[in-house]
Design a protein around this ligand. Structure first.
Ligand code: IPE
Ligand code: IPE
Ligand code: MG
Length: 253
């Protein structure tokens, strides 16, 4: 299923500097289909195959968390037909792919307003999470019905409620407290992506991980998501390894 990755590329990787958390805005499915005179949903179907390839490649690279933006809180604005198709994808995807995930020791997690998803989608997601719960390797984290502004609003409400009930001193609210109330909190030390990739040539964030990407390295690639694969991921990791992350300080040589 997943084509062998290019050995020459693999040799260029610095195994000491693999990004722990890679997040991807998987964009361009519709354009991929339109270029082939196919309905937009054909692009989503092909994009699902890319998810499989990239998840295995990321796991083989030793990435700890791969977060994939699958459906935003704004994507409900699309035509019903497309939204319905997207809601059915997790059912097919996990139905096919959970055995491979288990074989690769990959654990599924989901970030987003899952309660608002159709019943069958919710069940597929819950089953995948429980079937892979014993896996100790990479976390494959789907952002599904996720929006970062919603996430921040929810966190503010939770924190305000704790303060109102006298369970939290307002002066003790700091960055860690905020982080602990975001949907990425279960990722612990890996909550913030080291590398954020957006495919399809668009250069915007579209309400993804606004807090968490404060110091992420950003990569905008022209490849449409269905054309992305393990090799493209490796190229982006190599590119990342050439970056100088300073976090506001000075480089220590
Ligand atoms: C990304 O591809 C998948 C989702 C947003 C669900 P698009 O469907 O946005 O593809 P384009 O941007 O229209 O080409
Ligand atoms: C972002 O892509 C959301 C996902 C990839 C799930 P969109 O295609 O929805 O973003 P915009 O509308 O171009 O900003
Ligand atoms: Mg798009």
């Amino acid at each position: 299923m997943n084509k062998e990755v290019d050995e020459e590329l693999v040799n260029q990787i610095d195994s000491e500097n693999i990004p722990n958390h890679v997040a991807v805005i998987m964009d361009g499915n519709g354009r991929w289909a339109q270029k082939r005179h196919l309905p937009r949903v054909a692009g989503h179907k092909e994009g699902m195959q890319t998810v499989k390839k990239v998840a295995i490649a990321a796991s083989n690279l030793g990435i700890k968390v791969l977060t994939l933006y699958a459906f935003s809180t704004e994507n409900w604005k699309r035509p019903d037909k497309e939204v319905n198709f997207l809601m059915k994808l997790p059912v097919t995807f996990f139905g096919d792919f959970v055995p491979d995930l288990i074989k690769n020791n990959v654990r599924v997690q989901v970030m987003g307003d899952v309660d608002q998803l159709p019943k069958a989608t919710k069940k597929a997601v819950a089953d995948a999470i429980s079937q892979t719960s014993e896996c100790t390797g990479m976390i494959l984290n789907f952002a599904l019905n996720y929006g970062s502004r919603l996430e921040i609003v929810d966190a503010v409400k939770e924190i305000a409620n704790l303060a109102k009930r006298g369970q939290l001193d307002v002066d003790s609210i700091d960055e860690d407290v905020v982080s602990h109330h975001l949907m990425s909190a279960p990722l612990g030390q890996y909550a913030d992506p080291d590398l954020l990739i957006r495919t399809s040539g668009e250069e915007r964030i579209s309400n993804f991980l606004l807090w968490q990407i404060a110091y992420s390295e950003l990569a905008f690639v022209d490849t449409l998501w269905p054309d992305f694969d393990g090799d493209t991921l490796i190229k982006e990791v190599i590119e990342y390894q050439g970056r100088h992350r300073r976090f506001g300080g000075l480089e220590s040589e």
